[in-house]
Design a protein around this ligand. Structure first.
Ligand code: SF4
Ligand code: SF4
Length: 370
């Protein structure tokens, strides 16, 4: 059995195929729903990215443009990369509400991927375990693991590795699993055989995602204008949320799943029993008022190890204020907003004033009707 890098060059095509099969088997044993292998040629996706950036659709996400061709050419990012092992892991915890919660305007809707512990750590650990298996078999080899952490075209690589197709909502869709899964990658110098790309696109005449998008952010098939997307507005945007999108945000306070929830393929979602993905602090059902009442210390304590932590307390309050502005009027809710009127951050105060103005209007309408 070969045990060094040099030895891998002596593997026959059949031995490399068997190694690829074992890698996939180890991946499944480690909890990945699917593992595929592809090369580093992303030329077609490079052109798409260039057009998207040229149109400014990345908004404030300067990091999307920052690394030039390193994003679309894995061998430029990590010299020596020959193959990318692409993995996916389902994340929706069992028995959490999705669309039903969106219809409860006094509750906060947190994107379902962010309910539990931050997935980056878990997937990175599993990728490290996969590396260990490979090393035990072939000896030291060149690799780098990524989980949404570097300039990596993860969906494009996954499509090329056979894991799914690009839906009109720009998400990667799998015919047996929908799109509620995380992706991770292992860049490697192993000359593994590649899988066939996922060529069939099953969207057909469906365009439910485009119709359902609350802010009209899906401006063309597979093209999302981030500047209108609620995920971007609530997570990536640092400043004030443009007023024209606030009402459409409804109760979505961290991310948005609408274009995935309406997708017919989402019914094939497989629940994840990973403990790390289980909801923490009732984030799958908490009321807007309750979350808005968290002090900064509580926010920091309760979001420790969670993806939500990265937006910080001020943007958390900003997003919740918008949700509260959109909720039906109640005395408790109005009082919660009033209590934040003199909050030190002008960003928060401005959103609170907007929310209160909407709440006053609703109260007036109730009075007029009674
Ligand atoms: S995440 Fe929400 S806002 Fe963004 S494209 Fe999908 S439905 Fe539209
Ligand atoms: S909702 Fe329809 S068009 Fe949109 S991604 Fe799903 S199948 Fe494709």
């Amino acid at each position: 059995m070969p045990t060094t890098v040099a030895d891998i060059q002596d593997y026959s095509p059949r031995e490399l195929t068997e190694l690829a099969e074992r890698i996939k088997q180890w991946g499944r044993e480690l909890g990945f729903a699917q593992v595929g292998i592809t090369d580093t040629d992303l030329e077609a996706h490079e052109r798409y990215l260039e057009r998207w950036l040229a149109a400014g659709r990345h908004g404030e996400m300067g990091f999307m443009a920052k690394h030039g061709s390193k994003r679309t050419r894995p061998h430029e990012l990590i010299p020596g990369t020959l193959r990318v092992i692409s993995v996916r892991m389902d994340y929706l915890p069992p028995e959490v509400e999705t669309t039903k919660l969106l219809a409860k305007p006094d509750k906060a809707y947190v994107s379902r991927y962010a309910l539990g512990r931050d997935y980056h750590k878990l997937i990175r650990k599993r990728l490290a375990a996969l590396v260990k298996h490979i090393e035990d078999e072939v000896g030291a080899f060149g690799y780098r693991a990524f989980v949404d952490s570097a300039p990596v075209m993860e969906r494009a690589l996954a499509q090329k590795a056979g894991l799914g197709w690009f839906g009109k909502n720009s998400m990667l869709l799998n015919p047996q699993a929908g799109s509620l899964f995380f992706l991770g990658e292992l860049y490697t110098d192993l000359p593994l055989p590649v899988d066939a790309p996922f060529e069939n696109e099953h969207c057909g005449n469906c365009s439910q995602c485009r119709t359902a998008c609350p802010t009209g952010a899906i401006v063309d098939d597979k093209v999302v204008d981030s500047r209108r997307c609620i995920s971007y507005l609530t997570i990536e945007l640092h400043g004030s949320i443009p007023e024209q999108y606030r009402e459409a945000m409804g109760n979505r306070v961290y991310g948005c799943d609408d274009c995935q929830l309406v997708c017919p393929f989402t019914r094939f979602t497989r629940a994840s029993h990973e403990r790390d993905f289980a909801p923490r602090h009732d984030l799958d059902r908490a009321s807007l008022v309750r979350l808005f009442a968290w002090s900064e210390e509580e926010f920091l304590a309760k979001t420790e190890g969670s993806a939500i932590r990265r937006i910080g307390y001020i943007r958390w309050l900003r997003n919740l204020a918008v949700g509260l502005g959109n909720a039906p009027w109640s005395e408790t809710l109005e009082a919660a907003l009033r209590a934040r009127l003199s909050y030190p951050s002008e960003l928060v105060r401005e959103h609170v004033r907007w929310a209160l103005a909407r709440q006053y209007e609703k109260r007036q309408r109730l009075i007029a009707r009674s």
